[in-house]
Design a protein around this ligand. Structure first.
Ligand SMILES: [Zn+2]
Length: 296
């Protein structure tokens, strides 16, 4: 091979080599550039994801703080409710149920006007078929109407179960027709503990106290007596003294009747209970009844 040709061949090889090297380098550069771009894109995506996560974290923290705040409030309320309960236990509510038997009567308007003056609600255990306009006034004023008796005739009503329920239905009808009220609250004439009924039928009160319950009535006796039906003709001052002497229990059911002295004493009786911290309530179906021991 001539020397010149050999040199030219070497030159050509170098060129090819250089070209290949350049090509490889360019490819590598391009490859890395693409890779770099991909990494950059990933990084950007991660960054924005990171921002979202940070925002989520902040929101979660805010919610957590709110929950903690509410928890503190709830704890506060629970402890104040507990304190209220303790207070209520230490100082039970004193309640008096004023009850008036044997009306309506010509004294009903006076009694109603005194009750209205003190904004006090009471319970009237009514009889007979007289003074329907007063009966209606009792209901209109928001007092409770209880059924006492239609005839109030012991001999008649306590002679048999049938006789008692016939009489009870009669007073019930009178109240319903006059006021629209279907009363289920009752008081036996003489109370459930009366022994007068023994004269007319042995064991009648035991039967009746069970029967009225089965028929959906609730009977209420009393645990405090004004004494206004004792036949002793007490003056209003003496009636007040009787009331003061009779009971200091936290729940009082006071027996009164529609009598002149009682209506005269009513203001002072109400004021006495106010001074002793009592609250006045009318009897309702939710009231836990005062009931005597049955003696016949
Ligand atoms: Zn009576």
């Amino acid at each position: 091979m001539p020397r010149k040709t050999k040199k030219s061949l070497l030159n050509n090889l170098s060129v090819v080599f250089l070209f290949i090297t350049a090509l490889l380098m360019t490819t590598a550069t391009l490859f890395f550039a693409v890779q770099l771009n991909l990494v950059k894109k990933d990084l950007k995506a991660l960054e924005s994801e990171n921002q979202l996560l940070a925002a989520d974290l902040e929101e979660t923290q805010t919610i957590l703080e709110e929950i903690q705040g509410k928890l503190v409030l709830a704890e506060g309320r629970a402890s104040s409710a507990e304190a209220e309960l303790e207070k209520a236990k230490a100082n039970p509510k004193k309640v008096v149920y004023l009850t008036f038997d044997d009306g309506p009567s010509p004294l009903t308007p006076k009694i109603l006007s005194t009750l209205k003056k003190y904004n006090v609600k009471a319970t009237f255990f009514v009889v007979g078929n007289s003074y329907p306009e007063y009966l209606k006034q009792i209901a209109d004023d928001g007092h409770t109407i209880g059924l006492h008796s239609y005839t109030h005739d012991y001999k008649k009503i306590y002679s048999s179960e049938e006789a008692y329920f016939t009489d009870l239905q009669q007073i019930s009808n009178f109240v319903k027709e006059t006021t629209g009220i279907d009363s289920r609250i009752i008081r036996f004439p003489g109370g459930s503990s009366n022994t007068v009924s023994r004269k007319y039928k042995k064991g009648i009160m035991t039967t009746l106290t069970n029967q009225v319950k089965q028929q959906g009535y609730v009977y209420h006796d009393w645990n405090a007596d004004s004494g206004d039906a004792s036949g002793k003709n007490y003056s209003p001052e003496q009636l007040l003294q009787n009331v003061k002497n009779t009971s200091s229990s936290p729940v009082i059911n006071l027996l009164m009747h529609e009598k002149q002295a009682t209506s005269d004493a009513l203001s002072s009786i109400i004021e006495y209970y106010i001074s002793k911290g009592y609250e006045f309530r009318p009897i309702t179906l939710d009231t836990i009844p005062v009931q005597h021991t049955v003696n016949n």
